[in-house]
Each structure stands twice: as C-alpha cells, then as structure tokens.
Design a protein around this ligand. Structure first.
Ligand code: ADP
Length: 469
C-alpha cells in the first residue's frame, strides 16, 4: 500500500511540477524578452542623444558602435523617407534598400517606438529589431540583435528551473515518504491486530493514533468484536435452552406414551376380562391422550411465541366478554374441583391477539382452580390504569413457597410434580403466560403465601400495538 501511495504521489507531483514549470518557463522567457527590448531602447536613446544629426552620421555610428557595443548588435539610422543614413555593419549605407516599409520603422515613426523579429535581409539571420524616433523627430534609430525565438530565452533559464524543480521534487518525495508512513504504519498495525479474528475469542489491543479516523476504525472493531462475542454467547445460551427444552419435552411425552402402550397391550392380550376394568383402562388411555394433547399444544404455543411469529392477528379484545368466555369453559373443571369463580371487570379493551389473551387468562385461572382445595375461590379482576391494562388472578389455594416463586415461570418446573401431572398440568402454563406478557412488553408480579393463596398481577401497556423486539 505504501508503494501505491508513493507512486501516485510521485505522479501527481511530477504533473504539478511539469505544469508549474511550463508556466513559469513561458512567463520568465517573455519577461526576459521585454527586459531586453527595454534595455535596447535605452541604448537607442543614448545613441540618439550622442548623435549630431548635422554631421556625418555613418562615421559617428561606427565610432559609437566600436566604443560601446558588442559585435552582435547593430545600429541603423533611418531618415524619414526610409533611406538608411548610417549603419554600423555596412560601410556604404546609401546603397542599402529603402527601410520605410520595415515594421519597426513604421511603428517608430507612427508611435515613437517599435519592434519586430524576422530574418535580416542584409545579414541573413533571425534578428530582434527595436526602433525609436530620434529626439528631433526626423530619424529613427534602430538596434538589432540576433534572436531566433522565445525558446532561446527560455533555454538560458532552463538549468536554473531544472535545479529548482529537482530540489522541490526531492524534498516533496522525502515528505511524501514520511506522510505515507504516518498512514500506512498505523493501518498495518491495525491489520495485524485484526488478523487475530481468525482466533476463537479475539482480544484486540489498539494504540491511539494521530488521525481520528484511524481511532474510529480501531474503536469500531473493538465494539464489533464485543458485540459479536455477546451475540455468540447469547446464541450458545439459546442453543442450550433449546436442547434442554427438547430433552424435557421428549421426557414428558415418554411417560404418557409408556402408560398408553401398557394399557393397550394389557387390553390386546386379553388379560382384562372384567368390563368395568376395561372401561377404566379406556378412560385412562383417553386421559393420557388428553395430557399429551395438552402438552403438544403448549409446546407448539411456546415455540410460536419464541419465534415471535409474524402471523399474529391483532384485534380490539374486550376483556369483559373474554373473562365470561373463559369462565364458561372453566366452569365444569371448577365445579369438579368445587372452586368458586368470581370476576370483576371494568369495560376495558386492548389491541392484541384474542387467542393469546385467552391463553393468558385461561392458564392463570386454571392454575387457580388446580392448585386449590374444595370450597376455594378464584377471583379475576381487570382494570385500566395509567395507560396499562391490569389483570389480576387471585386464589385462596395452596400458595407457593418463597423459594419456588422465582422458578415457577421456568419451563417444565412444577412445585409438586406428582400433583401437577395428576391434574393434567404440563409445567408450561406459566412459561407461556410469561412469554405472552413479554410479547406485549408487559410485566407479571406474584404474591403468594403457602397455605393462604396466590395472586398474579399482569400489566400490559395499552398503546403499543406492535410488540417490542
Ligand atoms: P402446570 O401445568 O404444572 O400447572 P405451570 O407452569 O402453570 O405448570 O405452573 C408451574 C407450577 O407452579 C405448578 O406446577 C404449580 O406447582 C405452581 N403454581 C402455578 N400456579 C399456582 C397457583 N395459583 N397456586 C399454587 N401453585 C401454583
């Protein structure tokens, strides 16, 4: 990566240097040309000043040229009719062609000064001409120096520019190496740390870096690793719970299946002759089948609740009619157990699944009946308070010991296993109740005293239509 950054940097640097070099090259060259022109103009003015136009101009020009100028430069004096009055390079200016058409001469007569670059007809090489009108105004004094083009000027500054560019390039590359180091070194360190992910439980340790963005990478990685770890732990826990649930469920099913098989075999082998005993066996088989059906229904209910099934149909469930319906279906069992059912309900409704609400109330009421004694009571109350629906199921039955109170909501937990089984309990009823309550982001409270009775209070928030995750 470091090489890639450097390579790109060098390419950008070269481009920048080439563009800026070309610009400065061009402008410096142009400035030098302008500077030369102005220097030549100064010389012309000095020559003009020194010349006595009433005397022999050719002689004066030759003397001046010999005394003050190098041999590359040439001075010409042109009269207003275009005839050459004097020339430093040619002995007989009178034979020279008329110069009036020359660009610089015309310009000088018209504007005072003029210049041109072209190939000289008399000398034959490319020249730069600069001309100025004499102080008297009758002549134009012209100076010429060899000049090919702007590139000539530029060539003179090329070594300086090359040196400057070279120094700038070298310094920039050194700085670029250092700069890329400040990025690539932390990134390499972070990568090395992240390689640890291949291990089971990565334990990252990152340094603090100068650039905040790099710290964000390391902090986010640590956060993500912690989240993944927590998620994995949760999955592990859920896996264990599921395994336990399956082994408990199959264990629960085994007992009724064994009894059913036992009764069926006895009946099949013809050992039971007595009609009354046969009837009793059939009744027992039916009872075990009912137990199994209850168990399977409860297991299905719990797994649906755990999967947070999407197909829950919500409706406006009125609690009053719901309690009436539950009481009607519980009446025979309550009568059997000689337990009285009482209800008190204010007109309250909740946006929920009617099936789940029925299941919730049914489980609590049926427990109130099951864990009671003849002559006992179950009271159900429902009311609305501070945006919540409250359902309270109270009984004066056997009650639950303090130690068991925390565990009765666990799956398959029964205080008195024998009794629960005998009366058709699955050990899943309260677990289902708890799941339903959690589905609606509600809460459940239990107050109970052994021998006196139990009181379950369910609170369900009324506003939340969609259950919280
Ligand atoms: P079960 O199908 O056995 O009734 P639950 O999950 O409904 O299973 O209840 C778990 C255990 O909690 C029951 O076996 C019982 O021992 C105890 N329990 C539940 N409700 C009551 C109650 N109202 N009074 C006394 N004990 C109760």
């Amino acid at each position: 990566m470091k090489r890639a950054i450097l390579l790109r940097f060098v390419v950008i640097l070269l481009l920048a240097l080439a563009v800026s070099g070309a610009f400065s090259y061009y402008f410096i060259g142009r400035n030098m040309l302008a500077h030369d022109k102005s220097a030549m103009l100064n010389t012309i003015r000095a020559v003009d000043y020194a010349l006595d136009y009433g005397r022999d101009l050719q002689e004066q020009v030759e003397k001046l040229h010999a005394a003050a100028m190098d041999e590359n430069s040439r001075i010409t004096v042109i009269a207003s009719d275009g005839t050459v009055a004097a020339d430093s390079e040619i002995d007989r200016p009178d034979v020279m062609e008329n110069h009036l058409e020359r660009e610089e001469v015309q310009e000088a007569f018209a504007k005072g000064t003029g210049s041109d670059t072209r190939s000289s007809e008399s000398v034959g090489e490319s020249m730069l001409y600069v001309a100025a009108r004499s102080a008297g105004g009758d002549y134009v004094v012209r100076m010429a120096v060899p000049y090919t083009n702007l590139i000539d000027y530029m060539l003179t500054i090329f070594p300086v520019l090359l040196l400057g560019t070279g120094i700038a390039f070298a310094v920039s590359v050194i700085l670029a190496v250092r700069f890329s180091d400040t990025i690539t070194t932390p990134l390499n360190e972070i990568c090395e740390e992240m390689e640890k992910v291949r291990g089971d439980q990565p334990d990252f340790s990152f340094k603090k870096y100068r650039y905040q963005e790099l710290n964000v990478i390391s902090e986010t990685t640590m956060k993500m690793a912690a989240e993944i770890r927590a998620h994995m732990d949760q999955l592990e826990k859920e896996k264990k719970i599921r395994q336990e649930f399956f082994s408990n469920a199959s264990h629960e099913l085994k007992t009724p299946i064994t009894s059913v098989r036992g009764y069926a075999e006895l009946l099949d082998q013809g050992f039971v002759q007595d009609e009354a005993t046969k009837k009793d066996f059939y009744a027992r088989i039916r009872k075990e089948m009912d137990n199994m059906t209850n168990l399977i229904n409860d297991i299905l209910m719990i797994s649906r609740l755990e999967a947070k099934e999407a197909e829950v149909t919500f409706s406006n469930v009125r609690i009053g009619p719901l309690l009436t319906e539950v009481f009607e279906s519980m009446e025979p069992i309550a009568a059997d157990a000689q337990v009285m059912l009482h209800k008190e309900c204010s007109p309250v409704a909740i946006e929920a699944s009617a099936k789940q609400m029925r299941e919730l109330v049914m489980n609590l009421v049926s427990n109130g009946i099951k864990y009671n004694h003849p002559g006992g009571n179950v009271w159900v109350e429902a009311w609305q308070e501070k945006g919540s629906l409250y359902i309270r199921v109270k009984d004066d039955g056997c009650g639950i010991g303090r130690q068991e109170q925390g565990r009765i909501f666990e799956r398959f937990y029964r205080v008195d296993k024998g009794r629960s089984k005998k009366i058709g309990g699955t050990g899943l009823g309260l677990s289902i109740v708890k799941h339903i309550v959690e589905y609606y982001s509600g809460s459940i409270q239990l107050e109970s005293e052994p021998g006196k009775g139990s009181c379950f209070t369910v609170e369900l928030p009324l506003r939340k239509r969609i259950p919280a995750e």
